[in-house]
Ligand binder design. Structure first.
Ligand code: PLP
Length: 395
């Protein structure tokens, strides 16, 4: 018998992976070219060549026993230095290796921070719609996730919703830009509004409220700059993953980054180090850490995602769908043609289109189209979207 806590979250969550698997079964029946599977965010662009080259070189040249041995909990010092220098060069920051902790992706980084910062019943605020796993991360560590709903016309944070979500029990706020599931990049004005409120609330409550900037899509941004959060708010903790920038989600590599100005930094690092030891499964793998010494600046070819985005965004708008123009990540948020987004997804399946209902991300009335698909699939899906649209309009 599994834990009640897990049972509740299983019962209430809509499992996107199940829809994805259903898509694979349908592809076996109708042929892969006839199924438009826009469910999960698994990168579809090749990793840069240097990823494999680097791993092969490391495996061929380094001492096997040392390479495959237990690493230091927080990661190799030279790798942490390399990440700090990369961030300083790219964003004009002030990191050093003491503020960098290598982790098994962003998922592990957030779990570590939950374990480090949350006591039973503490609160974590995030902007909704949000990445559905935040709730599991937070509740696994006995915290409570509090959504602050964005303005659903713009998908930008809303000042009133944010301010009313904060309480003296708020330990940190998770912000994710470019955003999963919406593809929105939060503007400078939104970031300034959020951080001004946080500065005021920190003073009012008399304790730090950390801003955890979850940035796995930082390099997947089209024609604009993503504001770098540490320039706006001193108590920012950056969480990063190379899963999307290098197309290596199976390799589990990322980090936590804090500048020396972060309040109670030494205490935080001690807590993070202890959390890594206690949890035991969250520290970054060795080969993947060493690979970063060669690949820290590398990136997938984002022009491929941009092309697919344009095909779908322009195609769906031309048909008549309401979509929010996505400036980053590889997601498009589309308004469902009825209030019940889950039912709309069921209707879409009749046209062999698979999408994730917005309700799964606290974005009811919308659906997420993950455009990690070849251009031909995106183009071929448009007549099916048109049929779906016509069906609703003629009802
Ligand atoms: N945060 C967001 C917003 C994500 O979309 C994901 C994965 O899709 C993660 C965190 C977890 O990233 P990773 O699997 O690289 O640890």
């Amino acid at each position: 018998m599994i834990a009640k806590r897990l049972r509740e979250s299983l019962d209430s969550s809509i499992c996107i992976r199940d829809i994805f698997e259903e898509g694979k079964k349908l592809a076996a029946v109708y042929g892969a070219d006839n199924i438009f599977n826009f469910t999960i965010g698994n990168p579809s662009v090749e990793p840069p060549a240097i990823v494999n080259e680097s791993m092969k070189r490391i495996l061929d040249s380094e001492d096997a026993l040392a390479l495959h041995g237990y690493p230091a909990n927080v990661g190799y010092p030279e790798v942490r230095r390399c990440v700090a220098e990369h961030l300083n060069k790219t964003f004009g920051c002030n990191y050093d290796e003491n503020g960098i902790v290598m982790t098994a992706g962003a998922a592990a980084a957030i779990a570590i921070l939950c374990n480090t910062l949350l006591d039973m019943g503490d609160e974590v605020v995030t902007f909704a719609p949000y990445f559905w796993e935040y709730k599991s991360y937070v509740t696994s560590f006995y915290g409570r996730l509090v959504p602050a709903f964005c303005n659903m016309e713009t998908l930008q944070p809303d000042a009133w919703a944010f301010e009313t979500a904060l309480t003296p029990r708020t330990r940190f706020v998770i912000i994710n830009t470019p955003n999963n599931p919406t593809g929105a990049v939060y503007t400078k004005e939104s970031i300034k509004m959020v951080t001004d409120i946080l500065k005021r609330k920190q003073k009012e409550y008399g304790h730090p409220i950390y801003l955890v900037s979850d940035e796995p899509y930082r390099k997947l941004v089209y024609d604009m700059e993503v504001p770098y959060l540490t320039h706006y708010y001193r108590n920012t903790i950056v969480v990063y993953s190379y899963s999307k920038a290098l197309s290596v989600p199976g390799e589990r590599i990322g980090y936590i980054a804090m500048e020396p100005c972060v309040q109670d930094m030494e205490d935080l690092i001690a807590g993070i180090t202890a959390s890594i030891r206690y949890l035991g499964y969250v520290n970054a793998p060795t080969l993947q850490q060493r690979m970063l010494l060669d690949c820290v600046d590398a990136s997938v070819d984002i022009s491929i995602y941009k092309r697919t985005r344009d095909i779908l965004y322009e195609g769906l708008c031309d048909i008549g769908y309401t979509c929010i123009h996505p400036d980053g990540a590889f997601y498009l948020f589309v308004k469902a043609l009825e209030d019940d987004d889950s039912h709309f997804c069921e209707e879409a399946k009749k046209e062999r289109i698979l999408m994730a209902p917005g309700t799964a991300f606290s974005g009811p009335g919308w659906v997420r189209v993950s455009y990690c698909v070849p251009d031909e699939v995106a183009r071929a899906s448009l007549p099916a979207f048109k049929k779906l649209y016509d069906r609703y309009m003629n009802e």
